[in-house]
Design a protein around this ligand. Structure first.
Ligand SMILES: NC(=O)c1ccc[n+]([C@@H]2O[C@H](COP(=O)([O-])OP(=O)(O)OC[C@H]3O[C@@H](n4cnc5c(N)ncnc54)[C@H](O)[C@@H]3O)[C@@H](O)[C@H]2O)c1
Length: 366
């Protein structure tokens, strides 16, 4: 692609993040990247986004953006149920797509989206933004190094978040409606962790899960525990919680046990990593992690941007990677297949939860 000309569908929370990120990264690409049109059914939201990030126009007519010949790339940033129709319309016109996660309200629809992408052979990236978190790249490197010295035993993840259907932080009533969101905390939020777990530790072999619904929104679980076995034999546990604690917005807490080392990380990027082993307890500070990003050559061309890597601005790094892939004609990553794979593990977890915690084998799950 000679130039990436962008149409944004959806100007809510994540639409704004993508517009901000593209604008922030635009200097790397100059005139090769252009924000053209934004559509949202809420005119005020569309107008605000267009003005703030200098799109050429805004509209409430989604088809206007999808059919605009000046636009070759569509960002899908609307509630989950609406992703597939927008993807299909964009794909039919050969436009590249950035589709937010989860791809769809269920695994079957996610697979259909994969067929559409394959049929029209379009570049497509899925919004697994955690794959662009600097501290996770450093952690992954540490895990690989430690695994050469000591056997991995288990990973424990506690991921908790203020339920995103109320409050003033992220008030999105559609997340309480199963027809629009598909399900609750695992599909909407934990799917990031399913992807990250396989990126860190390899494929998941089987899962047992249990879910609860404290807030009472039908079909929207706000607690789920998944007990996992990886193909490698390693065990793992993920607990995802949507609570109602205003003073606690969102936290991911990892504890990873090797036979001879323990690694702990809390947060998304501006916090450090604690490592305890037979020698000592080490704390890798924020500054240490930034210099380790340089050592592992994490986007070296971005390392001078103190507003991006040290701040852990994963949305900006994600935008940079997507734009670069399109302009260089490389397949964007994470791909639609990565999105479908995570949907499969999520669907298997729900199946287990609905069948008294039955052990579900991922490879034979359909
Ligand atoms: N990757 C991430 O970190 C991340 C974070 C948040 C949300 N998401 C995903 O992004 C998607 C959107 O979430 P959000 O938090 O931005 O929601 P949001 O409610 O903040 O924004 C959605 C916007 O879409 C508009 N809209 C709804 N239906 C539409 C339609 N059919 N046509 C045009 N506009 C429509 C709404 O008016 C709203 O402005 C969801 O799939 C969500 O799961 C991903």
């Amino acid at each position: 692609m000679e130039q990436v000309t962008i149409g944004m569908i959806g100007a809510g929370f994540i639409g704004k993040e993508h517009a901000r990120s593209v604008r922030l990264m635009k200097p790397f690409f100059g005139q090769k990247v252009k924000l053209v049109g934004v559509a949202d059914k809420d005119e005020k939201e569309a107008a605000r986004l267009a003005q703030e990030f200098e799109f050429e126009y805004h509209t409430t007519d989604v088809a206007r953006v999808l059919n605009d010949d000046k636009i070759n790339t569509i960002f899908i940033c609307v509630p989950t149920v609406a992703h597939i129709d927008i993807l299909e319309a964009a794909a039919k016109q050969g436009k590249a797509v950035f589709c937010e996660k989860p791809l769809a309200v269920d695994y079957a629809t996610a697979k259909k989206m994969g067929e559409i992408v394959a049929k029209y052979n379009i570049p497509c990236q899925v919004g697994f933004v955690l794959r662009f978190t600097p501290v996770y790249h450093v952690l992954r490197n540490i895990l690989q190094e430690r695994a050469r010295e000591s056997k991995l035993m288990t990973v424990l993840l506690r991921d908790d978040q203020l339920i995103p259907v109320k409050g003033n932080v992220h008030f999105t009533p559609w997340r309480s409606d199963v027809t629009q969101a598909g399900a609750g905390v695992l599909l909407e939020h934990g799917i990031h962790d399913v992807d990250i777990f396989e990126w860190f530790f390899g494929p998941i072999k089987n899962v047992r899960a249990e879910r609860r619904n404290f807030a009472g929104f039908k079909g929207i679980e706000d607690y789920i525990q998944c007990d996992l076995t990886f193909e490698s034999g390693m065990k793992g546990t993920m607990i995802h919680i949507w609570h109602d604690i205003e003073a606690r917005h969102t936290i991911r807490h990892f504890e990873i046990f090797f036979q001879q080392a323990f690694i702990q990380l809390e947060g998304y990027g501006t916090e450090g990593i604690t490592i305890r082993d037979s020698r000592a307890s080490h704390y890798l500070s924020h500054e240490d992690i930034y210099s380790m990003c340089k050592e592992i050559k994490f986007y070296p061309e971005l390392s001078h941007r103190i507003d991006v890597v040290p701040l852990g601005d994963y949305y900006a790094i994600q935008a940079y990677a997507f734009l670069k892939a399109l302009l260089e004609g490389m397949p964007p990553s994470p791909s639609i297949e990565d999105g479908i794979r995570a949907h499969k593990v999520v669907a298997a977890s729900y199946y287990s939860a609905d069948h008294d915690g039955a052990l579900v084998d991922i490879s034979s799950f359909v």
